[in-house]
Design a protein around this ligand. Sequence first.
Ligand SMILES: C[S@@+](CC[C@H](N)C(=O)[O-])C[C@H]1O[C@@H](n2cnc3c(N)ncnc32)[C@H](O)[C@@H]1O
Length: 220
Amino acid sequence: MREFWDSLYADEVYVYGTEPNVFLRAQRHRFQPGQEVLALADGEGRNGVWLAEQGLKVHAVDFSPVAQAKARRLAQSRGVDIRFEQADLLDWHWERARYDAIVAIFVQFVGAEQRPALFRAMKRALKPGGLLILQGYTRRQVKYGTGGPGSADNMYTEPMLREAFGDMEILHLCEHDDVISEGYKHHGMSALIDMVARSHPRSDLFTRWVLGQLPDRKGH
Ligand SMILES: C[S@@+](CC[C@H](N)C(=O)[O-])C[C@H]1O[C@@H](n2cnc3c(N)ncnc32)[C@H](O)[C@@H]1O
């Protein structure tokens, strides 16, 4: 699979453009300079670079070295520092309670089987009170064919996200069809879903534990 991404990114052109994702940019007010952010599967760096420009400490992870070479060039041209790491996120050491925010824009390389573990890892990596900012495609996107993996199994639904992130505070969750223009690979009418969720601050977790509202280790 890595070969697929490497060959896609081999083009000199930034296939998703060099401007940040529109939904992410609209969340600017949620960030504080100096916060630590994980830019998940950040590809050619358009989102990681923008986050660094907001004064955030960005850790950008992607498994494509070709993408990361382009992301490094983009960061250099825009005068920002980013910690890049080339890694397979399905086999990565996720640090616990490490990030103030995780940005997951079009991270849809897994289907139903691997998605729950990936979502759990994302949640664990957030500090108490940390934010998850996510945009992806819904199943209708397969018909639009204007971007994304082409398999409905990889797409999100609102109930899926509500269930997976139900133990966080969901601040925003919205499905919408809109025209996007983010490079030539994400272009045209698209079926999108946006989410902002906050992990509970430690004090909330303690209260919920005392009230018996948290699942035990077996998930009951
Ligand atoms: C649709 S692109 C999105 C890139 C970026 N988030 C953006 O919005 O511009 C998906 C990215 O996931 C990366 N990717 C796919 N599978 C991965 C894996 N197992 N581990 C790490 N990165 C992966 C690809 O290299 C690619 O850059």
